[in-house]
Design a protein around this ligand. Structure first.
Ligand code: HGY
Ligand code: MN
Ligand code: MN
Length: 435
């Protein structure tokens, strides 16, 4: 897609009212149903894997992540699907198609979580993909295209596994320390990958028929409009940075106020300035300062150092570039006025991605055929699908999040909505197979 078209669509998208689509009763085609109850049973058992006091902690490369991956591999085995782990740590299974030389349809998601997260972000799409393959196998229904089912590694650390799979590993800082405390480089080895052979995990542009992913919405739009299904029209691009602010640790009592180099004061001014800068401009851009770790973090010492973070997102890549440059300017202004220095380390960047029109139509038609209402909508969350969009047509299916809550132990999606999502994924795969 030309950049101009992308920008005009994403600008239109950013401001357009949601395009509502109603179930076309007259155009229903008999649809296939998967076993949604089975998927919900897997989810309820999975809820105990990697759960701690704060919520779900299956953070990538941790022991809880390893337990989550073992649980998931057992689901593949129960479905009669042999799995392999690629050099990036992604888990794969394949069902052959009737057309031997056809490129594969890929479906899947992730099972790693954020810190103190929920049980639905990732597993709903991963388990649905296993269920789709299992249903097709049990019915003896062969697609023309091979069907690859994947569980991506370390989605929450910046779609690392899928970046490796599309040849974008250069945009990943492999020495960054993941939430589990190990570096990405080390973590890939922990989950069965092989950092020295990452190029063997790469799928080339043109080698994949299409990619479809079911995911919880992680926002409140579907709940607000009362629609069953979201057909995702585009996924925001994102930039993640670690910013280190350096001042001078000194005595809290004897250092006069005008002779301080207070790193926490500087970092706090920075967080407020970023928020004001992004809110000053109309649009759907968002910025979050999620971490702020002072040292020595002691009552009576002026903080000499702060490690903080930036998560910046928008559908328009030029806007991301512009805000990133503005943030560096703000940092140097605050540094001047507080006697501190700011150092930016880029952790991850993901490009914005627009969905494929034909796949979106397949999702809409699948929802219609199941008597479900649907609407077109953007994704404010990042997903593996945006990486796959670099090498093949992609689209996503959203199901409602209760209260629009996600990345929280209160994350929840109703059993009927999970079952609806699985059915739409199954029928969208069958339609995509004819494209
Ligand atoms: O951060 C995100 O948007 C996604 O949930 N990984
Ligand atoms: Mn996710
Ligand atoms: Mn997430």
């Amino acid at each position: 897609m030309q950049r101009r078209e992308f920008l005009s669509r994403s600008a239109a998208l950013a401001s357009a009212p949601m395009i509502l689509r109603h179930a076309g009763a007259s155009r229903r085609v008999t649809a296939l149903h998967a076993d949604g109850a089975r998927v919900n049973e897997w989810l309820s058992r999975f809820d105990q894997v990697g759960r701690s006091a704060g919520g779900i902690n299956r953070v990538a490369y941790s022991d809880a992540d390893l337990a989550g991956r073992r649980f998931t591999q057992q689901l593949f085995a129960d479905a009669g699907l042999a799995t392999r782990v690629d050099a990036a740590g992604n888990i794969w299974a394949r069902i052959d198609g009737s057309q031997r030389d056809a490129t594969p349809i890929i479906i899947g998601s992730h099972v790693d979580s954020v810190t103190d997260g929920g049980n639905f972000d990732g597993p709903v799409g991963s388990f649905a993909a296993i269920e789709v393959a299992r249903t097709l196998k049990e019915r003896g229904e062969a697609l023309q295209h091979p069907l690859d089912v994947v569980v991506w590694a370390n989605e929450e650390g910046g779609t690392v596994g899928s970046k490796c799979a599309v040849g974008e590993v250069a945009t990943v800082n492999l020495d960054a320390v993941a939430r589990s405390g190990v570096s990405i480089r080390e973590g890939i080895g922990r989950i069965g990958g092989d950092i020295a052979r990452l190029e063997t995990a790469v799928r080339r542009k043109g080698s994949v028929h299409c990619y479809l992913e079911l995911h919880i919405e992680q926002g409140g739009t579907l709940e607000r409009t009362g629609r069953d299904i979201g057909t995702v029209i585009g996924i925001v691009g994102l930039r993640w940075y670690t910013v280190t602010v350096t001042g001078f640790a000194n005595h809290a009592g004897t250092t006069p106020m005008d002779q301080r180099q207070d790193a926490l004061l500087a970092a706090s001014k920075f967080a407020v300035a970023l928020n004001e800068t992004v809110r000053a401009e109309p649009g759907r851009q968002v910025v979050t300062v999620g971490r702020m770790i002072p040292s020595p973090n002691t009552q009576n010492v002026i903080p000499g150092r702060v490690e903080t973070s930036i998560d910046l997102r928008d559908l328009d890549e030029a806007k991301l570039d512009r805000f990133a440059a503005r943030f560096r300017q703000i940092a140097s202004e605050i540094g001047q006025s507080t006697g501190t220095t700011f150092e930016f380390q880029e952790l991850i960047r993901s490009k914005p991605a627009m969905s494929d029109d034909r796949l979106m139509a397949a999702i809409d038609a699948s929802a219609d055929s199941l008597g479900l209402s649907s609407q077109r909508m953007p994704s404010g969350a990042g997903h593996d699908a945006q990486e796959l969009g670099l090498i093949c047509p992609m689209a996503m299916i959203f199901v409602p999040s209760v209260g629009g809550i996600s990345h929280s132990p209160r994350e929840f999606t109703k059993a009927k909505d999970v079952a609806n999502g699985v059915d739409v994924l199954l029928n969208a795969v069958r339609r995509a197979d004819t494209l």
